[in-house]
Design a protein around this ligand. Structure first.
Ligand code: NI
Length: 174
């Protein structure tokens, strides 16, 4: 396994739509393994393949808090098939927007269908943090970031800070 670099906003790739995965093979499983390792190392609770520069509809999630009991969820070609009218608000962050958080309102429950690590089709009814996390990650597959739900003023401010942050990172590398 190996760690992948996480792409930071602003970057045009984060705005692209990811492609449907046709074959669930060892390459996809290797990508999932590397994404999971990258997410745990970050650390984060969700990561979409586009965030490591791969435009495939693939997500890893683990919302378990206890380090001892990891509970990874691998979602290939996830599709939200229904959402509740009831909403909930969580303070969201994103590995592609380091240091920035905002309260985002989303449907409190969602039902998804997806293909799992072994290529099996499954359905899942999610609520709470998991429902928010799934919707946040599926947004990534469609080129959407949580800052898109904020006012233009707030969004522009965050992007400005991220540009500055990226310049600082480059200085360290040089
Ligand atoms: Ni994110």
């Amino acid at each position: 396994m190996s760690l992948k670099n996480i792409i930071i906003e602003p970057d045009p790739i984060l705005r692209k739509e990811s492609e449907h995965v046709e074959n669930i093979d060892d390459n996809i499983r290797k990508l999932l393994d590397n994404m999971l390792e990258t997410m745990y190392a970050a650390p984060g609770i969700g990561l979409a393949a586009v965030q490591v520069g791969i435009l495939k509809r693939v997500i890893v999630i683990d919302i378990s808090k206890n380090e001892e009991k990891k509970n990874p969820l691998f979602l290939i070609n996830p599709e939200i098939i229904s959402k509740s009218k009831k909403t909930s608000v969580y303070e969201e962050g994103c590995l592609s927007l380091p240091g920035h958080f905002a309260e985002i309102e989303r449907p409190a429950e969602c039902q998804i269908k997806f293909v799992d690590y072994n290529g099996k089709e499954k359905e899942l009814l999610a609520n709470g943090l998991l429902a928010t996390c799934i919707q946040h990650e599926v947004d990534h597959l469609n080129g959407v970031l949580f800052i898109d739900y904020l006012s233009k003023l707030k969004k522009d401010m965050i992007i400005k800070k991220l540009i500055k942050h990226k310049k600082e990172l480059n200085k360290v590398v040089l």
